[in-house]
Design a protein around this ligand. Structure first.
Ligand code: SF4
Length: 365
């Protein structure tokens, strides 16, 4: 079966879902209301990983809609992406980094997505005029790398990915390119069953200018035999892979799970890059965000179990003022540093805040 045919078999309705997961008529009605706002799509691969008998299964929590999504506390755009948008689908994030929103579609829709405002929905935020974005990047010599994001870029047709990469890799002042994708986690057959995609990716990852892929494994159970094979295929095509884990309540808020995951990622050749504080997004914050203090304790205890390779990640918060690393605690204060900053004056700046045990975001400290 081709990956396109397999993709058509995703679970997208509550009628389909209830064949696999017990749902009362009331729950079915409620979840129908949820997916009218934020669509559901679950690949057969990911469905097979869920423990269907366990309502609190961490993998189920990440992908199956919940009534907690009715909660509107938080913001639709806590990282201030609108403020750095230069044209639809092009963000100039930090001086050296641009980001392209290539599509609003994904192989599956994660319930904790920080771009919940747009994934699976029609939106004006997606790239329309790719050549104009390329012109902008061409004119801004300070940009050294571009991240193709979304949605999930690898759900696009291979020819379109080829076209995007071809135009971007031709820009001389870019040192490397990145693709952010959950495909190896959620739909590895997209890689395993399309040799032409692998050829396209390999064509661009050359000794002088590499292609990086940022995956998002959040739980050790996601490292299945198929996922590992898809990662191996990418590595064998000279693609460098790093991972960004999101710290999520009821999913991986446990030092043992974080440590196990980072160890296993290092074991299969993936570089642990970031652990992200879950953003205070509407319909996400209430069910998924771990308070910063607790998050720091989890990450810190996990680091004690890890070797140097497996703890190369930083624990960060993508705040509207910049990417802020959560450094640690002394007495009753938390210490932070601007790893990236929207205002160049802040770059590298250390600062501290008095601990608030329930705060989940800088604005609450
Ligand atoms: S694959 Fe990425 S962009 Fe798509 S819903 Fe999941 S987290 Fe969001």
């Amino acid at each position: 079966m081709s990956w396109q045919e397999e993709f058509k078999k995703n679970i997208t309705t509550i009628e389909q879902l209830k064949e696999y997961i017990d749902l009362t008529p009331f729950e079915q009605k409620q979840l129908k209301r949820v997916i009218e706002k934020h669509p559901m799509s679950i690949t057969r691969h990911y469905l097979s990983l869920i423990d269907k008998k366990e309502p609190n299964d961490p993998l189920r929590k990440m992908i199956v809609p919940s009534v907690e999504e009715f909660s509107l506390s938080g913001s639709w755009d806590p990282s201030g992406e609108m403020q750095i948008t230069k044209m639809p689908g092009l963000q100039h994030k930090y001086s050296p980094t641009a980001l392209i929103l290539s599509t609003s579609r994904c192989a599956a829709y994660c319930r904790y997505c920080f771009r919940k405002r747009l994934v699976g929905l029609s939106t004006g935020e997606i790239i329309e005029k790719f050549d104009e974005a390329v012109n902008y990047i061409n004119q801004h010599k300070e940009i050294t790398n571009v991240l193709i994001s979304g949605g999930d870029p690898l759900i696009l047709p291979t020819e379109m990915i080829d076209n995007f990469l071809g135009k971007l890799f031709a820009i001389e002042h870019l040192h490397f390119m990145r693709i952010g994708t959950k495909i190896p986690v959620i739909f590895p057959d997209r890689i395993l069953q399309d040799e032409s995609l692998l050829s396209v990716l390999k064509k661009y990852s050359t000794p002088k200018k590499r292609l990086y892929i940022s995956t998002q494994f959040n739980h050790p159970r996601e490292l299945t035999e198929k996922s590992i094979r898809s990662i191996n295929k990418l590595l064998r095509r000279s693609i460098i892979i790093n991972n960004q884990t999101v710290l999520l309540k009821g999913v991986n808020d446990d030092p043992e799970i974080i440590a196990d995951l980072q160890n296993k990622l290092s074991g299969i050749g993936i570089i642990p890059y970031y652990i992200f504080q879950c953003r205070p997004v509407k319909r996400v914050k209430q069910s998924f965000q771990v308070p910063l203090y607790k998050g720091w304790m989890i990450v810190s205890k996990a680091k004690h179990k890890l070797n140097g390779h497996s703890k190369r990640f930083r624990y960060v918060m993508s705040h509207r003022t910049g990417k802020i690393e959560i450094l640690g605690i002394i007495d009753d204060e938390m210490y932070f540093r601007f790893h990236e900053a929207r205002d160049p004056k802040n770059l590298g700046r250390l600062f501290k805040r008095k601990i608030n045990y329930t705060a989940g975001w800088l604005d609450e400290l």
